[in-house]
Design a protein around this ligand. Structure first.
Ligand SMILES: *Cc1c(COP(=O)(O)O)cnc(C)c1O
Length: 422
């Protein structure tokens, strides 16, 4: 890819961008002077699709009009409402419909998955995660170990970047699995690492883990809606995700799970049960025995919060229209453009810690002078630039192909140059 360092080039790329129309489907928050913010934080909270309000309003209307009968007579009846999110979610993660369900939120789902897929026994008791893992994932894993009476100091393995590196070396991952695999019950890694933005080779990790007899699950918080996923073909055991980052479904929106088809009717798995996971034909007979729905739906507990699931449908509709391959194409180019500009114009101040061979929509930028961090973040805010600051010295910037532009990437680097020059 060849790029140019001027506004005219960025403008021309915006004009030629086959996805440029999609930006209009989103609300771009205004800055204090009423101009569009330069929003580069879609990896933290995606922008609101304009259609989300209609989806939510329609449910409020149906609740007003039908009350309890909305379960059956609403325009999207609430009884099977979660099913409306299944097929499009399955397409995004590369799964069969029976392998996917939209329910709960991410950390809750990680716990539910670990109840079923972390089954320590004999010599095989350990969990492998990365360092630094997202705090919630680490808390969840440590609490699961304790729940089983296991000492995290002995049973938690954390793969860290090598000395003076910021991402996980593939060799290090495979060596660790090779060395400790016989003692690892569960490998739980991210599809895209939240801090470094590194994309992990999920197919390879699954293969290595299975060779050693480990369960393999992925946290897809930063992967879904961002990179192509083929969970079924990769033979991943389980995965969980949230939908408010690249999926643009709103704060605390309902997340999802993938559970490999081989477990669809496996009644040897332990699991936590609730009535929404019970066989649909007999759910309302209210019998005392739990009969799970085959597949991922059988892991549901409660009837879903319709108002938090409505924006997920709005968002999935957009993803179905644009498709991940087109998003990935633009993302590759947009992120590469950002990286090229940063290397060219900001190298003195900034090191890109996202590995070039494994990037998606996010670049993590490390300030060479960390003491400037707070001030830079503050001034970016004043200039209407929204991105994400992570202690001690990293700015995470996500040019999102659905709604960000080449001119925004160009402008961001210009603003950074101005800020860092003074
Ligand atoms: C965003 C994120 C979470 C958030 O968890 P919630 O349960 O949705 O609050 C957890 N883990 C990772 C890796 C994340 O990126």
């Amino acid at each position: 890819m060849t790029f140019q360092d001027d506004t005219a080039y960025a403008l021309e790329e915006d004009r030629l961008d086959p996805l440029s129309e999609y930006r209009k489907l989103f609300h771009i928050p205004p800055d204090k002077r009423g101009r569009s913010q330069l929003y580069l934080a879609g990896n933290s909270l995606g922008l609101q699709p304009k259609s989300a309000r209609r989806y939510v309003d329609e449910e409020l209307d149906d609740w007003q009009r039908y009350a309890v009968e909305g379960h059956f007579f609403g325009r999207r009846p609430w009884m099977p409402y979660h099913e409306l999110a299944t097929a499009a979610s399955a397409r995004l993660v590369g799964a069969k419909d029976i392998e996917v369900v939209c329910m709960n939120t991410l950390t809750v789902n990680l716990h539910l998955m670990m109840v079923s897929f972390f089954r320590p026994s004999g010599k095989r008791k350990k969990i492998l995660i990365e360092k630094p893992a997202f705090p919630s994932d680490r808390y969840a894993v440590v609490s699961q170990l304790k729940f089983h009476g296991l000492d995290p100091a002995e049973n938690l393995i954390e793969i860290a970047p090598r000395e003076s590196e910021f991402f996980l070396a593939e060799q290090n991952i495979s060596d660790t699995i090779d060395k400790h695999g016989d003692e690892i019950a569960l490998i739980l890694l991210p599809g895209v690492q939240y801090y470094s933005g590194q994309v992990l080779d999920m197919a390879e990790i699954t293969r290595l883990g299975h060779n050693k007899g480990c369960m393999v699950g992925f946290d897809l918080a930063h992967a879904i809606g961002n990179i192509p996923l083929q969970l079924h073909d990769w033979d991943v055991d389980f995965a969980a995700w949230c939908t408010y980052k690249y999926m643009n479904s709103g704060p605390g929106a309902i997340g999802g799970c993938y559970i490999n088809k081989r477990y669809a009717e496996d009644d040897s798995l332990s699991r936590l049960a609730g009535w929404w996971g019970h066989d649909k034909s007999s759910r309302f007979r209210m019998g005392p025995e739990f009969i799970p729905i085959p597949g991922a739906e059988g892991w549901q507990l409660s009837n879903p919060p319709i108002l938090s699931l409505a924006p997920v449908l709005a968002s999935l509709d957009i993803f179905d229209r644009v498709g991940i391959p087109a998003l990935r194409d633009k993302s590759t180019k947009l992120t590469s453009y950002l990286a090229w500009l940063v290397d060219k114009k900001l190298d003195e101040h900034i090191q890109i810690i996202t590995p070039q061979h494994a990037r998606a929509s996010q670049l993590s930028l490390r300030l060479r002078r960390p003491e400037l961090g707070r001030e830079v973040q503050k001034r970016l805010g004043i200039r209407g630039v929204i991105c994400d600051w992570r202690e001690p010295d990293v700015i995470r910037v996500a040019p999102v192909p659905l709604y960000n532009r080449y001119t925004e990437v160009y402008r961001f680097v210009e603003v950074m140059q101005e800020l860092l020059a003074t």
